[in-house]
Design a protein around this ligand. Sequence first.
Ligand code: MN
Length: 732
Amino acid sequence: MPTTPAPARRKNPRPDQGRSAPDVTEGRLLISDLLQIVEQDLDPKEVKAIYQAYLFGAEAHEGQVRHSGEAYIFHPLSVARILADMRLDSHSIIAALLHDVIEDTPTAKKELVAQFGKDVAQLVDGVSKIDQIEFDSPEHAEAENFRKMLLAMSKDIRVILIKLADRIHNMRTLDALRVDRRKRISQQTLDIFAPIANRLGMYAWTQELEDLSFCNLYPKRYDAIYKELGKRRGNRRKIIEKTKKNIAEEVEQAGIEATVVGREKNIYSVYRKMQKRRVPLVEMGDIFAIRIIVRSADDCYRVLGLMHNLYKPVPGKFKDYIAIPKANGYQSLHTLLFGTFGQSIEVQIRTEDMHRVAETGVASHWRYKTGKEKSGPQMPTHSWLVDLLDTQQAGDPSDFLEHLKTDLFPDEVYVFTPQGDIKKLPKGASALDFAYAVHSDIGNHCIGARINNESVPLHQELGNGNHVEILTARSAVPTPLWLNYAVTGKARAAIRNFLKNQQEGDAVKLGRQLLDRALKSEGLKTRLRTDQKIELLKRIGREDWNELLGDIGTGRRLPKIVAKQLLPGSSNNRASTTAEPLPIKGIEGMSISYARCCRPIPGDTIVGLFSHGRGIVIHKASSMNNKTCRNVDKQGKRPDNWIEVEWAEDIKTTFEADIRLEVVNRRGVFATLASVIAEEDSNINHVLVTARDDRNSAIRFTIEVRDRKHLAQIIRRLRARRSVIRVSRTRG
Ligand code: MN
């Protein structure tokens, strides 16, 4: 009898009504079994905690029944049992007992933290998150993404182990469900969960999941293979027994302690082999498999020598996974022998430890590392992985750890579209990248995003498992700012492309305007004939008319010079008329910019200066009280270099202006000034404060204004503050 900790009494006993008697009895049997197992390696304290988790779970699930009709607690109990058989730590077992309670009671997570600690609560939470993923009928490629996402989402490998144990028990009890649900769940298991178990090196779980799925999906095929294998076993019993006896005797004579066992073939793997080789069942080779378990690695090699002496080895089939373990830690010697009766004998030779690793994969590593007393929350998921990676670089690169490396330390995030599709993006990708991943048209018009139903800015970084939705508006277009937080090549290329086209479009438009003006001022018609255009393009070595206009718009060519080339000869040169100044609206785009040296604003007299590659730069020009920008004086000597411009009538946008204040140092002075500027419907884009002495400071603001009037109003309001000694617009 196991020493059961603490009598089975609940804090708040409830009548057992609604529960049938056999359930309770069986439940007690199950829990006492479980406790008996964990008592073998866990502290009494941990065993007690496991028992308390059972009581907690039983209470939480009280009144719930499974499809089979049994009390719900049977399920978590069985899951815990599967993990206990794996010799997992107490937190995993406790979390398994509680793995379904978070969904039942909204406060459960907090409660779990209080009662069982943060580590357990996080494990339960992790399992619940996986449960929320819908795995419905994934396509083949999608299944791979689901697997990766599942691994990536689970920061702790134990979450996966609990989930796999949960799936194993559900598969074992699938009979209670309708056929269609059975098939759906089986397909999922085959697509997603069995491959994960396989990658984790958990061959026993993999085979069970595969066979249970296969049996439910294709019951007839399963039966046929099962019967055929059974028949062969029956027919060959004598041969098998004889071979086994030969081997055992040979090993014993050499004085080596060994266990020789026949190996069952995984039915699903036989089926897969049949499909792969496209051969019917009857033609499948008659392989029989033997495993020899010995005490030491040395013994493995000794036994191998004996085997190769006893039967002839098939050339090229010997594999030494002891010297060079598989990347998942698997170790064994493999060889194939010609049996005396024409059959092939597949032999695996390994130690007890190697056997445990082969059967339980990751879980065995977990166990080794944790030991008895170290099952606290400080166990990092990855430490053993890192160890393995360091020590087993030599392993088969196609193997699971290579995958795991990319799975558990992913450079990728997996997110859902509103339709439930999965998108794979590089780590660090933003909602904006997602928008472009869905479609470049959605990217080009997006204005915001929702992640898990919460509004987020476009630069929000994506996390694994996020449900992402993009908000768009037809009028929205990309801005150069987006390049700061788009990380995918696709998004960056699309944004750059858009900006470039826009810039080129702007330049062509401006170029056309400028050329028209220049033509007018030379007394020429603005509408040019095709032959004139071709002639001109030839002369200046350009192919396309828009390219030429673009050159003009970006200041690479001066419009006056281009226009002059169209003059047939000086004789035909009519009296030039003065062209209208070019109207500036402030929304011309990239082809027109505003000089930082003088920061012109509407109301200022302005002049346009051609700047190579930058189009036209607007500077302040002289006017009565309005000094000409020094840079215009310097560069403006050549008349071809500048162009007459004037502000358009209806300007809707704002411009930057610099103002300079001298203020008395007083607490809150800066806040006062800032609020004045804000009240006047302006923004401060830049501030520079220089302390002059103890009493005074100089402040320089770059603010947004509509025009001179607006600026004057702001200056007036600032000047009225007592702390302001002087305020002026700074000149170029
Ligand atoms: Mn479950």
